[in-house]
Design a protein around this ligand. Structure first.
Ligand SMILES: NC(=O)c1ccc[n+]([C@@H]2O[C@H](COP(=O)([O-])OP(=O)(O)OC[C@H]3O[C@@H](n4cnc5c(N)ncnc54)[C@H](O)[C@@H]3O)[C@@H](O)[C@H]2O)c1
Length: 254
């Protein structure tokens, strides 16, 4: 236990999709809270750059090139993390892909590849991390979902389906491993200005529409997501599991 339940000193976190836009906020916030951060990404340059920036800030970071759909590579990553950093306390499942097109244009192969990264990847990382999270005594799994699972955004059928499944995965896994003391929660972002936004044909119109939907009239930032990740990764949230937290400026309300 940390003296301050919002600190993560001595904890080791793996963040998948660390090289991306929200990955930046998640990695930086976990590191600022005291965690050693493993920046895992398919894009090795992006992972290295993220780890470099964290080390530059004085914290501990390791870059790992990994495809989350590759069971053997994922297992090798968790083993390496424990061997080099001594433990694994936190897994943030964040890597995802989001090709935008009409649902009639989605091929079977594309459907499978989106579900493979966005859902199977979360499962494989959780499976590989589990024994280490259990051993840590305060294991945390934080799954990044999406508000689109609730509002059903069009032209993203495979992506939206995968995010709905991430929410169900979060709830079912939380029930199954609560007895082991490992919590499982989901962050459900609204719209954030990362590369993900470039899929929309008219970014200005899209931004206007987002601000109309939100109660709070500012754009969300990767740090907003990072702050929530710190909360769900630490002792402050130790009695919370199986929950989905919307972080969308007051857009979707259950
Ligand atoms: N940006 C938003 O508005 C928004 C909204 C809702 C949910 N989300 C979710 O937030 C998460 C992060 O999104 P982002 O906006 O940072 O996207 P991003 O595209 O900037 O980052 C995604 C990262 O995942 C990596 N990745 C892709 N396939 C991978 C694989 N097979 N193995 C390992 N890494 C892989 C990419 O290289 C990239 O660095 C995703 O789960 C996304 O669905 C984002």
């Amino acid at each position: 236990m940390n003296q301050d339940p919002f600190r993560l000193d001595g904890r080791v976190a793996i963040v998948t999709g660390a090289g991306g836009g929200l990955g930046e906020g998640i990695c930086a916030s976990l590191a600022a809270a005291g965690a050693a951060v493993v920046c895992a990404d398919l894009n090795v340059d992006a992972a290295e750059a993220r780890a470099f920036a964290i080390r530059d800030s004085g914290a501990t970071a390791l870059a790992v090139a990994v495809d989350v759909t590759d069971r053997v590579a994922v297992a090798a990553m968790t083993d390496r993390v424990v061997a080099e950093l001594g433990s694994l306390d936190i897994l943030v499942n964040n890597a995802a892909i989001y090709p935008r097109r009409a649902w009639t244009e989605i091929s079977e192969e594309e459907w499978d590849s989106v579900l493979a990264v966005n859902l199977k990847g979360y499962f494989l990382c959780a499976r590989a991390a589990f024994s280490h999270l259990q051993a840590s005594g305060h294991g945390r799994i934080v799954n990044v979902a999406s508000i689109t699972a609730f509002i059903g955004l069009s032209h993203l059928l495979d992506y939206v389906s995968s995010k709905g499944a991430v929410i169900s995965f979060t709830r079912a896994l939380a029930r199954e491993i609560g007895v082991e003391g490992v919590t499982v929660n989901a962050i459900s972002p609204g719209a954030f200005p990362t590369d993900a936004e470039k899929i929309h044909p008219d970014p200005e119109e899209y931004t206007r529409w987002i601000l109309e939907q939100q109660s709070l009239k500012r754009r969300g930032t990767p740090d907003d997501i990072g702050n929530l990740a710190v909360f769900l990764a630490g002792d402050a949230s130790s009695f919370i599991t199986g929950q989905v937290i919307e972080i969308d400026g007051g857009w979707f309300m259950h």
